[in-house]
Design a binder for this molecule. Structure first.
Ligand code: 5GP
Ligand code: ZN
Length: 122
């Protein structure tokens, strides 16, 4: 299965369901964005679909409207959270996919990292 609405064993599904607390950045019907618990940069938040999609590897054409929504949100939320404007500022968008891609939480997420250098990592 490519996606389910909710996986009871998934930490990010629990965050969406507010069973685990998080610091919100944005919420709408399709997505949730929240601050990473272990930030690498002055700004570091995660953008996730509310539906449980395990990773980018499961994304298909059927997800195109959702993916477009997420991509269009990133620049707006990045500025809202304090990233400096492009081109002198900017931000990094990372999606680790699978074990060899360094993915630890298997619910699709985009890391958005930015702010003045130096960063802790990355
Ligand atoms: P991955 O390695 O899967 O790309 O990234 C998972 C990210 O989720 C890590 O940056 C980690 O700090 C973050 N994370 C893991 N558990 C929690 C949590 O319970 N709350 C929040 N806010 N972030 C989490
Ligand atoms: Zn999930």
């Amino acid at each position: 299965m490519n996606s389910t609405e909710h996986d009871p064993n998934c930490i990010f599904c629990k965050i969406v369901a507010k069973q685990i607390p998080s610091r919100p950045v944005h919420e709408d019907a399709q997505v949730y964005a929240f601050h990473d618990i272990n930030p690498w940069a002055p700004v570091h938040f995660l953008l996730i679909p509310k539906a449980h999609i395990p990773s980018l590897a499961q994304v298909t054409d059927a997800h195109a409207p959702l993916m477009a929504h997420m991509m269009a949100l990133i620049p707006r939320l990045a500025l809202q959270e304090g990233c400096n404007p492009y081109p002198q500022g900017g931000y990094r968008v990372v999606t680790n996919t699978g074990s060899e891609g360094g993915q630890e939480v298997h619910h699709l997420h985009f890391h958005i990292m930015g702010g003045s250098r130096p960063w802790l990592r990355g």
